[in-house]
Design a protein around this ligand. Structure first.
Ligand code: NPW
Ligand code: ADP
Ligand code: K
Length: 492
């Protein structure tokens, strides 16, 4: 057993290819099913030693096969076990048919299951092979089990959850515990799938790592493995300019707070200097609230082009509280080859005509990071958002490719994607990050990483992870000010 320690995520399609490679390399597929099914029975006995009865619900494919193995192992341990099957068990094929025969005890139809207090349900209806909404008789059982609040242990995935997207196809079980095999699937991390899995256990059924890595794509869970090599330790001889200079554009006099949140988070995240570029009308409001953060009056394009001549500015944050969409467009397009975090109004400014921005970012090293929430994403990429067949990961990658920028597609399951197809799903963000100013703080952290010289994908992934950690440290009830104060050093 491994505690979800491997960062690699594999889609169901990749898993099928891994299975086929394993079979080609001489690994016995029934042996794999036996390992999978016995891992489930072991989990059931470990988690529910007081169960009055284990009810194993078996589907028409190999997920059902795992269920028959688990049922036989539970029975052999002396537990009371009933199996209910979706469809005719005589129609099972291959390893699943063999597992059903080996179970050898009468199996009842799914519709005959009457949930009873004391039951522990083992959900082996569908796993990686779910291809359409679950049939009505499965949805009915899901409803009755939920209405009695019976514990459910899901085999591979809660049936009904699409392993690729985390979306529910029709209906699904809400599991207390999920036992999956080989590696986690995107659907275990993406919402709502993540919420439906309960605690997740990854069991090594004996497929060698070399077969897994040969087939796995470029998607992983977000964590230090992605950016550790850029988490530099501070040079004792560093001076502030060596630690990166971040510039944050402020909005007008009534909306300066967002830029200040970004700026303070940028300082906390390690930028050596942070300057707020403020229009004259907002300078006083900014000045009266700033201490360590510096202030520069930037009234329009002339001021900005003069300032841009200072090559020591490592990165810009544009958008939090900015307000003036026309000016946001102008400024973003003036930044030339500078690194830029475009957030909030900075994203909305390009909603009708993003072409010039994307074109300006097409050449050279990736220098743009955009941090849209759902609404902003839909504004900038309406066609990508409308493609219902694609997952949040697919959408983020498509947007990154189109924009030539890194996309931080925010939410409870923030996805970070790069134009070269790399992507990561973040899981460490507590729900109380959903508070005003939280996104501004994130933009500042990412900006600090860019200013310090981290490449854009790593800067964004590390920023999202640090933001989540800061949220967990500050705790429920935090305000965005607390969040910036809770940013911790990057783990070296
Ligand atoms: N290496 C590994 O990871 C290992 C994986 N193993 C296990 O294998 C599982 C994957 O098995 P799988 O490919 O047979 O798919 P599974 O989820 O059982 O469903 C497919 C069946 O359901 C049917 N069907 C689909 N949707 C439907 C619907 N809505 N309503 C009705 N029917 C529907 C579909 O029929 P069809 O679409 O052809 O009509 C087909 O018959 C995986 O999750 C793991 O538990 C282990 O054994 C050990 C090794
Ligand atoms: N339910 C949630 N669980 C975890 N993180 C969340 C949740 N909802 C929002 N977040 C995070 O909080 C931040 C909110 O950003 P945003 O919507 O731009 O807010 P604001 O504009 O107020 O700063 C994002 O980083 C997002 O990923
Ligand atoms: K299942």
């Amino acid at each position: 057993m491994s505690a979800a320690g491997n960062h690699t995520l594999v889609t169901p399609a990749e898993m099928t290819a891994i299975d086929a490679d394993a079979a080609r390399s001489g690994i016995d597929s029934y042996g794999l099913m036996t390992s999978a099914g016995t891992a489930v029975s072991a989990a059931a006995l470990r988690l529910y030693p007081g169960a009055l009865r284990f009810v194993v619900l078996c589907g028409p494919g190999n997920n059902g096969g795992d269920g028959y193995i688990a049922a036989a192992a539970l029975r052999d341990s002396g537990a009371d076990v009933d199996v209910h099957a979706l469809g005719d068990p005589a129609a099972l094929k291959g390893d699943a048919a063999r597992a059903c025969t080996a179970f050898g005890t009468a199996v009842k139809p799914l519709a005959d299951y009457a949930p009873t207090a004391g039951d522990v349900v083992v959900d082996a209806l569908f796993g990686a092979g779910l291809s359409r909404p679950v049939p009505p008789e499965a949805a009915r059982v899901m409803r009755t089990v939920a209405s009695q609040d019976l514990p459910v242990i899901a085999v591979d995935l809660p049936s009904g959850v699409d392993g690729r997207s985390g979306q529910v196809l029709g209906a699904s079980f809400r599991a207390r515990h999920t036992v999956t095999f080989v590696a986690r699937k995107p659907g275990h991390l993406l919402m709502p799938g993540r919420m439906l899995c309960g605690t997740l256990e990854v069991f090594d059924i004996g497929i060698p790592g070399r077969i897994l890595s040969a087939r796995a794509g470029r998607l992983s869970a977000n964590g230090p493995h992605l950016w550790r090599k850029y988490a530099f330790t501070l040079d004792p001889a560093a001076h502030k300019f060596k630690r990166g200079h971040l510039a944050v554009f402020s909005g007008g006099p009534l909306s300066t707070g967002a830029a200040r949140l970004s700026a303070i988070a940028g300082l906390r995240a390690g930028a050596g200097l942070v300057t707020i570029a403020s229009p004259a009308a907002a300078s006083q409001a900014n000045a009266s609230h700033l201490t360590a953060v510096m202030l520069k009056q930037i009234e329009g394009e002339d001021d900005l082009s003069q300032w841009l001549a200072d090559k020591r500015i490592g990165a810009f944050v544009l958008g939090p509280g900015f307000g003036d969409l026309q000016r946001a467009r102008q400024y973003a397009l003036m930044l030339g080859s500078h690194k830029l975090v475009l957030d909030a109004d900075g994203i909305t400014a390009f909603k009708d005509d993003p072409g010039p921005l994307f074109k300006a970012c097409a050449k050279g090293e990736t220098r743009l990071v955009m941090t849209p929430h759902d609404g902003e994403f839909a504004r900038l990429f309406p066609d990508i958002e409308a493609d219902e067949a694609s997952s949040k990961v697919d959408r983020a990658i498509a947007a990154a490719k189109r924009s030539h920028g890194v996309i931080v597609y925010k939410g409870a399951d923030t996805v970070i994607a790069a134009p070269d197809g790399r992507a990561a799903i973040n899981t460490n963000a507590p729900p109380w990050l959903a508070t005003a100013g939280s996104g501004d703080t994130l933009a500042g952290i990412i900006g600090a990483h860019l200013a310090q010289g981290m490449p854009a994908f790593e800067a964004a992934a590390a920023g999202v992870w640090r933001h989540g950690r800061a949220g967990a440290k500050a705790g429920e009830g935090l305000t965005a000010e607390d969040l910036a104060a809770a940013v911790e050093p990057l783990p070296a």
